[in-house]
Ligand binder design. Structure first.
Ligand SMILES: Nc1ncnc2c1ncn2[C@@H]1O[C@H](COP(=O)(O)OP(=O)(O)O)[C@@H](O)[C@H]1O
Ligand SMILES: [Mg+2]
Length: 296
């Protein structure tokens, strides 16, 4: 997805942000915010509001709907503007740099903090593309799914940030979580590459660190990663690792925890088997991760 917000932010005045916020507020109650309600909330004459909404629409930040009332909703670009503005006002990020990667459910960008630190901005984008195509065909007039795209993306970011704080607090090898707003997370940038692309000196040293990560996560943060693979482990030049990507992590007492832990162990074991011909006995490694044995 194109990062429209970065291009239009400079053209937005405080009034525009207030209107976007009012649209966001109205979307808590219905799919489209009623223009009459927005006008009241921002204390503006309807005509002037509509003029401004027209501007925001041209910038692709809102979408218009008219039925028994005239309504507007935020697009992902509008939601981006609100989140970026909040992170800017909180003095968390000062500017956005190049994309680091465009994942399936996230866009990741380099960014600069006010202290001059290079940080990473992860934008969650949960999109129900296939559903909206079905919807277009059937021409539903009322559809909750656009709201839930923004909402689902926010929940995903909140959940990931919560998991990251928990893990970071117990010294698990993960990027330092810095801040979160709406569907965006700011975290430490790791100068490493994904395991599947990394130059590995001694595979057993890397495997051991990944297993230790799972043990710390389970025993101290009471979490299972749930999507551990060669794509979500970064290897640094000094051959240490950082694990990333936590929205799907679950508490170790969750009913699916055991199954997810087994899957994580299997994914990692299979990868090391395939690529380096090394691995552990799965049962033994699981006991070790759970702290039932001290050695593997
Ligand atoms: N803290 C970080 N430092 C450096 N690169 C990162 C960091 N977090 C994510 N990335 C990069 O962005 C990509 C996508 O991030 P990830 O959290 O795995 O999201 P997704 O859910 O899209 O897989 C990663 O594969 C990695 O290349
Ligand atoms: Mg990932």
């Amino acid at each position: 997805m194109k990062f429209v917000a970065v291009e239009v932010l400079k053209d937005l005045k405080p009034l525009h942000f207030r209107i976007l916020q009012a649209v966001e507020w109205g979307m808590r109650f219905s799919e489209y915010s009623d223009v009459e309600e927005i006008a009241k909330r921002v204390n503006l004459h309807l005509e002037k509001l509509l003029h401004n909404l027209d501007f925001l629409h041209k910038k692709q930040l809102v979408e218009r709907w008219s039925g028994d009332y005239i309504g507007y909703r935020l697009t992902f670009h509008g939601y981006d503007c609100l989140a970026l503005n909040a992170l800017y006002e909180r003095r968390v990020i000062e500017s956005i740099g190049l994309p680091r990667g465009l994942g399936k459910e996230s866009n990741v960008y380099y960014a600069l903090s006010f202290d001059g630190e290079e940080v990473l901005l992860k934008i969650h984008r949960i999109m129900y593309t296939s559903f909206s195509q079905v919807r277009k065909k059937r021409e539903y007039t009322s559809d909750k799914h656009h709201i839930s795209e923004l909402y689902a993306s926010r929940i995903s970011a909140e959940t990931e940030f919560k998991h990251m704080k928990k893990l970071y607090d117990v010294d698990a090898p993960i990027p330092r979580p810095i801040d979160q707003n709406r569907h965006m997370i700011v975290m430490e940038q790791i100068p490493g590459v994904e395991l599947f692309k990394a130059k590995i000196k001694d595979p057993s040293v890397i495997l051991e660190q990944i297993v230790d990560f799972m043990a710390i996560a389970w025993q101290k943060a009471h979490l299972v990663h749930g999507d551990l693979s060669e794509h979500n482990v970064l290897v640094l030049p000094n051959q240490t690792i950082k694990v990333i990507d936590f929205p799907q992590a679950v508490p170790s007492n969750h009913k699916t925890a055991e199954e997810l832990l087994r899957r994580d162990v299997k994914n990692i074991n299979d990868y090391f088997q395939r690529k380096f011909r090394i691995g552990y006995d799965e049962e033994e490694v699981i006991s070790y991760i759970k702290g039932e044995t001290n050695k593997i």
